[in-house]
Design a protein around this ligand. Structure first.
Ligand code: FAD
Length: 286
């Protein structure tokens, strides 16, 4: 089933993101996680691809196929293009089709200065157009409520986002953010620019202080005072930090749903316990 069929049904879409296990861990670890996430009835689960500029293998496709065929949940496979050729993408598309994966999050991918990039696709919009003309896939795209770090400014970034939608992106998933006001401002700008596809809000619950600092330095999310106070007060108390982080993310989600957001995309960090606590708190609101 295609992700586009989930929107416009009078319900807030609630989706999860997982990542493939490290090469040193058996693939079964993610299947155990997914079996637990299934109990939370997400609308779809997306699977990351070669994050960090690594040239990825077929694991993303295998995991997305497990979600669709074994768990009977809609899956989306992320696919990056900065290090791919057109032939490489065609091979991936054939593999997705054969594996029952109908939804793709088309991404450029982060640029790793140590790896020679390819230039068959300069931007995610090029990959989006290529996928649309080479198969019957639903294509999603990424968006950045606080501007993509390489963009000159928000105006340019939104213009580029509009190009991505015009090339065929039917749904957008946002980068994580901790200040809902930033997201509402972004939605308003996107709508004024004529971007009318559903936009899901990316929410990442705090799991531990070290990880959050890394994520923020990588994606440039600003931290509201309320959030930094939690970090400072509980950084040496993992259990309290986890509970406060879950409460913070839940509070963000309640506010987003109350304000009519199209969907919530929860970065689960492959942690079913945290996803469960959040899902149980908000399921009657969706
Ligand atoms: P693009 O849309 O190509 O944008 C990149 C930059 O180019 C932006 O500054 C944009 O303004 C500019 N730009 C875009 N189009 C044009 C144009 N036509 N002309 C001029 N400039 C243009 N990375 C991974 O490696 N694996 C993953 O699985 C993964 N999953 C992600 C999931 C989500 C929800 C998000 C938000 C990000 C994810 N990323 C992932 C990170 C992503 O790959 C990086 O943020 C990357 O730097 C940009 O990818 P993009 O698809 O947004 O690129």
């Amino acid at each position: 089933m295609k992700i586009s069929s989930l929107f416009g049904q009078g319900k807030t879409v609630f989706s999860f993101e997982v990542f493939p296990p490290k090469k040193t861990s058996p693939i079964e670890t993610i299947y155990d996680t997914l079996d637990k996430l299934k109990e939370l009835s997400p609308d779809f689960i997306s699977v990351t691809y070669g994050a960090g500029g690594n040239i990825a293998d077929t694991t993303t496709c295998d995991i997305a196929s497990y979600i669709t065929r074994k768990l009977n949940i809609i899956s989306a496979a992320h696919l990056t293009c900065a290090y791919s050729t057109k032939d490489g993408v065609l091979e991936q598309l054939a593999r997705f089709k054969e594996s029952g994966v109908e939804n793709i999050l088309a991404l450029r991918g982060d640029i790793n200065p140590d790896i020679q990039r390819k230039h068959d696709f300069e931007h995610a919009s090029d990959l989006t157009a290529f996928i649309k003309t080479n198969g019957d896939f639903h294509v999603s795209g990424a968006c950045y409520p606080e501007c993509h770090i390489e963009a000159e400014n928000m105006v340019e970034d939104i213009k580029n986002l509009k190009k991505k939608v015009d090339c065929g992106a039917e749904h957008l998933m946002s980068q994580l953010f901790f200040d809902n006001a930033v997201f509402y401002d972004f939605i308003e700008k996107a709508r004024i620019a004529g971007i009318n596809v559903p936009i899901e809000a990316g929410i990442m619950p705090v799991v531990n202080a070290k990880q959050i600092q890394k994520m923020v330095s990588m994606c440039g999310a600003s931290l509201p005072a309320k959030f930094t106070k939690i970090m400072q007060r509980y950084e040496n108390n993992p259990e309290a930090l986890r509970d406060a982080g879950i409460a913070y993310a839940t509070d963000q989600i309640v506010d987003l749903i109350s304000n009519g957001v199209d969907g919530i995309h929860l970065y689960t960090m492959n942690n079913p316990y945290i996803a469960k606590r959040i899902s149980e708190s908000i399921k009657s609101l969706l």
